[in-house]
Design a protein around this ligand. Structure first.
Ligand code: HEM
Length: 412
């Protein structure tokens, strides 16, 4: 019997991509998650999996969790690792985050997370608000009456915020944004050798940029995250390579997700004009709207884990190293927690219970920052572009890991 990890690892080669497809066609609903057929609207598939029970064991041997209660308790379970007990990670060869702490288990995960965590303290986040507002309004000032929301607003905002956080000098920002985009797109899969070359070149250039900035901050520290990490390096809590990997993690995690929070929101509001009307009339609903967008269209719909010991849950015992997919996007529509779960409602009081930021040891470190960015962006859009509307079908990103759009043509 194949584990999910094996299915996905081998699915990287053409021969077994066919096997995963065959398994999907034979009724393996975990393999079906990867099928392009469900990319536009995966929710009916998630409901089919939910209908099999809260813990679904696929014919391939992989397990999928759809209930909020099981996802939330299992995410907090220390027995479940990101890697297998032999250190294997799903899709490792094209995962730009493979050497970063989101892809590591204890003890390295805890040690490295502790070093980066002070950068996201609530007080620091509050101090960032003015800067984020200024960036948001500067971007909005530049827009014409018709533009691509993703290219001209949703992407530049988080890139600018993460550049400020890391202290990227103005002269390096354009290429920093370019590397972030190239490396982040690798999540969608690297289809050919030309894409792999561009990706490797971007990773190497990013490495060079971070190495230079670290050297500068060692002699001339500032109040940015690279300076904070360099201090930890001097205290020997983090090596130079780990430091560079952490910067890469913050760049990609901070950018690839928040861009889709904003893009998904504009498309959802376009589909639900009464909700947009509500936000326009009451911009103070923005924080609740951020939670509801995260619940309804989670930018990261799936989380993968492997038990390091036999793991008992919901009457099943999941064997060591077996692939477990947390379909958090399904948990976020669990009727036990969210009444009428397929209704988009920015006043929903329980929206904040969503699992879009994961849970447990790997709970999203940047959650306060992306909530802040979302709040500022949604308010500014409602106040300054009340007539915004989608003018042509948005182009969806071809990815199972990231849910969002490549382009959203809009007019204001
Ligand atoms: C809408 C925006 C965001 C969403 C939906 C999101 C979602 C997530 C999720 C689901 C995880 C857990 C992954 C796992 O358990 O395997 C995670 C981890 C992480 N996120 Fe976010 N994220 C967002 C924004 C950000 C931002 C803005 C930053 C930083 C600038 C960030 C930094 C991180 C880091 C460092 C981790 C790793 C935490 C760990 O492994 O301990 N994220 N994020």
């Amino acid at each position: 019997m194949l584990t999910l990890s094996e299915v996905r690892t081998i699915a990287g080669t053409l021969a077994v991509r066919g096997t995963a497809r065959l398994l999907a066609e034979a009724g393996d609903l975990v393999c079906a998650i990867e099928s392009p057929r469900y990319q536009e609207n995966p929710y009916p598939l998630y409901e089919r999996i939910r209908a099999k029970g809260p813990i679904y064991k696929a014919p391939s041997g992989a397990y999928a969790l759809t209930s909020h209660a099981h996802c939330s308790s299992a995410l907090r379970e220390p027995k479940l690792g990101v890697r297998t007990t032999t250190g294997k990670l799903i899709g490792e060869s094209t995962n730009a985050l493979a050497d970063t702490f989101v892809s590591l288990d204890q003890p390295d995960h805890g040690r490295l997370r502790k070093v980066a965590a002070p950068a996201f303290r609530p007080k620091l986040m509050r101090q960032m608000r003015d800067g984020i507002e200024a960036t948001t309004h500067r971007l909005l000032d530049r827009l014409g009456t018709e533009f691509d929301l993703m290219r001209d607003f949703a992407a530049p905002l988080p890139i600018a915020v993460i550049s400020d956080l890391l202290g990227i000098p103005p002269a390096d920002r354009t290429r920093f944004a370019h590397y972030g985009q190239v490396v982040g797109r690798a999540f969608d899969g690297l289809g050919n050798s030309a894409q792999l070359r561009v990706y490797k070149a971007a990773v190497a250039d990013l490495q060079e940029l971070f190495t230079r900035l670290m050297a500068e901050r060692r002699t001339d520290p500032g109040d940015d995250v690279i300076s904070l990490l360099v201090t930890a390096e001097t205290d020997e809590k983090i090596t130079a390579d780990e430091l560079i990997a952490t910067c890469r993690l913050l760049l990609i995690a901070g950018f690839e997700t928040t861009v889709n929070l904003i893009g998904n929101a504009v498309v959802l509001f376009d589909q639900h004009p009464e909700q947009w009307e509500l936000l326009r009339e009451q911009p103070d609903l923005a924080p609740g709207a951020v939670e509801e967008v995260l619940r309804f269209e989670s930018p990261l719909p799936l989380i993968y884990r492997h038990p390091h010991e036999p793991f008992e849950i919901g009457g099943h015992t999941i064997p060591v190293n077996r692939g477990v997919v947390f379909i958090t996007a399904a948990a976020n529509r669990d009727p036990e927690v969210f009444p009428d779960p397929h209704r988009f409602d920015i006043t929903r009081p329980e929206a904040v219970e969503h699992l879009a930021f994961g849970g447990g040891a790997h709970y999203c470190l940047g959650a306060p920052l992306s909530r802040l960015e979302g709040d500022v962006a949604f308010r500014a859009l409602a106040e300054r572009l009340p007539g915004i509307r989608v003018t042509a079908p948005p182009v969806r990103r071809k990815s199972i890991v990231i849910r969002g759009f490549l382009s959203v043509p809009v007019a204001v």
